[in-house]
Design a protein around this ligand. Structure first.
Ligand SMILES: Cc1ncc(COP(=O)(O)O)c(C=O)c1O
Length: 444
């Protein structure tokens, strides 16, 4: 093995101590897949092999790897101001960044609460929604509505509104008073749809049934991923999000978009709210905000939500919530440099202009062995494989074989999710499709 040096991180002699997240630890450690370096759209493994990044890391490295501008900003910030509290204290970073971000969001989504991850952003958005109703004197609105097959991170709030059984069933009764909309995935009606499916907007009407069951006066918020990523790329049917918005409006329920994946260009617009032309009340983001370099998340709140808290004595804390690292100086510097790159290189427009080439390329996989659906939007695609006897086994085998052959994909069960960095060139798309085609042809 040609082992590459990794600065400040010695090559491990024993893999046992690190309890890996969302990983089959024993299986992985028996045959590890370790990255040592990354530049542009490629990783290099510890044994010196180049791997094409078909997933922007974990849906986060939208501007590609090894961006010098971000590295320089982080270095300069650590040297000048490594940390300063943001509880009853401050530093310029989060104020400037919030102002810049607020200008990127449509409508009056113009206040920003900083977190350190998508999970924290989701839990923060849910807490703001609950507290908002309470400060307005509607404290009976405590129910939260999520959706089946939704992924909202791993905090107790996120797994409660999320709709993935293994993420929930080990962890007790979670938070009470949660209900779920049905998911919109349906191969009978929508298989091999390009872009948004025609069928399925009516599934939003299930919210009316939930409202009838519990009464609107008990419901605080509905949270959805505008496009569900982690559960296998579920594209919203045409009109679905619009209908959810209308029903929420009718009953005074807040609508939260979890844009942890869709934010920062993934769909070819800065945010899904802009892409679909539907304005939620709160938006949760993370990942692409710093190009995956430094942990950071944020929640965007509409003017009216923020203002509802700004009452009472001026020396009173308005929202009893926050993290030691909310608005961390180094994360703010990384985010500013990331936004510079997105702007200077027009990466969101680039994603939009590449999306039709991408769509055609991914749909060329139709007809290959095991492929039962292909779906796409912006620079995302899901390729669903027929399950073998053991659900998920074929997907896992595909992931491992792709990696061995120099392509990083992500799989959820038997669904392959593709979400390349937005700096991909058409020849990278061709290469990805070629590699995936050869893997799919050989899969048992
Ligand atoms: C839609 C969505 N929400 C929340 C999260 C959780 O983010 P994190 O892993 O940063 O906590 C993710 C992560 O993939 C996500 O896709």
């Amino acid at each position: 093995m040609t082992l590459l040096p990794t600065p400040h991180s010695p090559l491990p002699t024993d893999l046992d101590a690190f309890w890996m997240p969302f990983t089959a630890n024993r299986q992985f450690k028996a045959k590890p897949r370790l990255m040592a370096a990354a530049k542009g759209v490629h990783y290099t493994t510890v044994d010196g092999r180049e791997v094409l990044d078909g997933t922007a890391g974990l849906w986060c490295v939208n501007a590609g790897h090894g961006r010098e501008k971000i590295a320089a900003a982080v270095h300069a910030q650590v040297s000048q101001l490594d940390f300063a509290p943001t509880f009853q204290m401050g530093h310029p970073g989060p104020f400037s960044l919030a102002d810049r971000l607020a200008k990127m969001l449509p409508g009056d989504l113009n206040h920003v609460f900083f977190t350190n991850s998508g999970s924290e952003s989701v839990d923060t958005a849910l807490k703001i929604a609950l507290a908002y109703h309470r400060v307005r004197g509607e404290g009976s609105r405590t129910r939260l509505i999520g959706r089946e097959r939704g992924y909202h991170g791993v905090g107790f709030g996120g797994i409660s509104v999320g709709g993935i059984a293994p993420n929930r069933k080990f962890f007790g009764s979670m938070i009470p008073g949660v209900d779920h909309l049905p998911h919109t995935h349906n191969l009978e009606h929508n298989a091999f749809t390009r872009g948004q499916p025609e069928w399925g907007a009516h599934l939003a009407d299930e919210l009316e049934r939930i409202v009838t069951l519990h009464d609107a006066s008990t419901i605080a918020a509905v949270i959805v991923e505008p496009m569900a990523g982690s559960t296998g790329v579920l594209i919203p049917p045409k009109g679905y999000l619009e209908r959810l918005r209308a029903i929420c409006d009718k009953h005074g329920i807040l609508l939260i978009f979890d844009e942890v994946i869709t934010g920062f260009g993934r769909l070819g617009s800065s945010f899904a709210t802009e892409h679909f032309g539907v304005l939620p009340d709160l938006v949760a983001v993370a990942k692409g905000i710093t190009n995956g370099t430094i942990p950071m998340g944020a929640v965007f709140a509409r003017q009216g939500i923020h203002d509802a808290f700004m009452h009472g004595p001026e020396n009173g804390i308005e929202l009893f919530h926050g993290y030691t690292y909310s608005g961390h100086p180094v994360a703010c510097a990384a985010a500013e440099a990331t936004l510079d790159i997105y702007e200077e290189e027009g990466l969101f427009d680039r994603a939009r202009s590449l999306s039709s080439y991408w769509e055609k390329a991914v749909h060329s996989l139709q007809g290959l062995p095991h492929v039962i659906d292909i779906r796409n939007l912006g620079l995302v695609a899901g390729v669903e494989l027929a399950a073998s006897e053991q659900p998920g086994a074929r997907g896992y085998e595909c992931l491992v074989t792709c990696f061995e052959q120099g392509l990083l994909v992500r799989t959820t069960g038997d669904i392959i999710a593709l979400s390349p960095p937005l700096i991909f060139e058409t020849h990278h798309i061709d290469q990805l499709i070629e590699q995936l085609t050869s893997v799919l042809k050989a899969l048992p």
